[in-house]
Design a protein around this ligand. Structure first.
Ligand code: SER
Length: 320
């Protein structure tokens, strides 16, 4: 039997690229994109699309039944910076959408679930360097609290009800197709756009703020490899640590200067500095490597080459 896939939050930074990648692999008709609002034209025209509020269980159930969905990727969430401004809305979206999807799994209406967690599950008391898979987790942000709770629920639904839910803790994600929105690591995308359009960037994090990061191609591949793995290999049912690179704003600026020598960076930390300070500097992803063979391919140098290479023709068309 061929399976149909539903992506919730398909118009977001990760959802867009995941939709393209899954459509390339399984065929456009087998991958149903959905979001609370319409996305860019390319995405909308690349296959079936549904407007869907993931916190509405009945609406979700209807889409799942109509398309005979067996696999759901729940990419809708309110990210760390926005969630600090709207704590209850963030909790409502991040948790209720997860419960809805987990309950579809519990009721055997779908077979497999992907739900992303984040480095935000860690907090100020977590060891900062090469943060282990299992360690102190006392998140101090609204977003981190929702992701940590989500992890516990995933683990619970797997062990208690046999739900096949799989998850990774994404680091900050760097991509050129779709902008991120409302996150603390968003600076690492904005900086490339500004470097090309203005040759200058005013960073909202301090120059020595080191954070774990990953290029989107690695993130999509990790997601697909995890979902393709045999269920017995997936020993961690909360969420896997995932790593690729880690750098500070001053290091990414240096890497940009190897291509654009006149690029300058200034620093004006805002409320997002405290969020970044509570997160790890680097991540130990040995469990993911061991259990399902994970290995990142993009370092900072390669990421900078990809970002500037893909964004520069666009900047020439329309300057920000
Ligand atoms: N990139 C996210 C954020 O900054 C972390 O998961 O909120």
């Amino acid at each position: 039997m061929q399976s149909y896939i539903l992506i919730i939050g398909a118009c977001g930074q990760i959802g867009t690229e995941l939709t393209y990648a899954l459509r390339a692999k399984y065929g456009p008709e087998r991958v149903i994109a959905s979001d609370i609002r319409e996305g860019n034209e390319d995405l909308m025209e690349s296959g079936p699309f549904e407007i869907l509020d993931a916190t509405d269980y009945d609406a979700l159930e209807e889409v799942v039944a109509y398309y005979e969905i067996s696999e759901v990727y729940l990419m809708a969430a309110m990210l760390s910076a926005t969630a600090e401004k709207f704590p209850e809305r963030a909790w409502d979206l991040n948790m209720n959408s997860l419960f809805n999807v987990l309950n579809l799994g519990k009721e055997k209406k779908i077979e497999k679930i992907f739900w992303p967690s984040s480095i935000a599950v860690f907090g100020p008391n977590t060891p900062k360097e090469r943060t282990p898979q299992s360690t102190v987790m006392e998140p101090s942000t609204v977003y981190g609290i929702s992701k940590q709770s989500g992890e516990r629920w995933c683990d619970y639904y797997h062990h208690k009800y046999g739900v096949d839910v799989r998850s990774v803790r994404y680091p900050g994600l760097i991509s050129w197709k779709t902008m991120p929105g409302g996150g603390t690591t968003d600076y690492a995308v904005e900086i490339y756009h500004r470097a090309l359009s203005q040759r200058a960037y005013n960073c909202f994090l301090g120059e020595n703020t080191k954070l774990p990061m990953m290029f989107m191609n690695d993130a999509i591949r990790a997601t697909m490899e995890l979902m393709d793995s045999d269920a017995e290999k997936i020993k961690v049912r909360s969420s896997y640590n995932l790593a690729a690179m880690d750098f500070t704003p001053s290091e990414i600026a240096e890497s940009i200067r190897t291509h654009l020598p006149d690029f300058t960076i200034s620093y004006e930390p805002d409320f997002r500095q405290a969020i970044a300070d509570s997160w790890p500097n680097s991540i130990d992803d040995s469990r993911a490597r061991q259990d399902w063979g994970w290995r990142a391919a993009f370092d900072l140098e390669r990421t900078t080459g990809e970002m500037l290479g893909h964004l520069s023709p666009r900047t020439n068309e329309h300057t920000e």
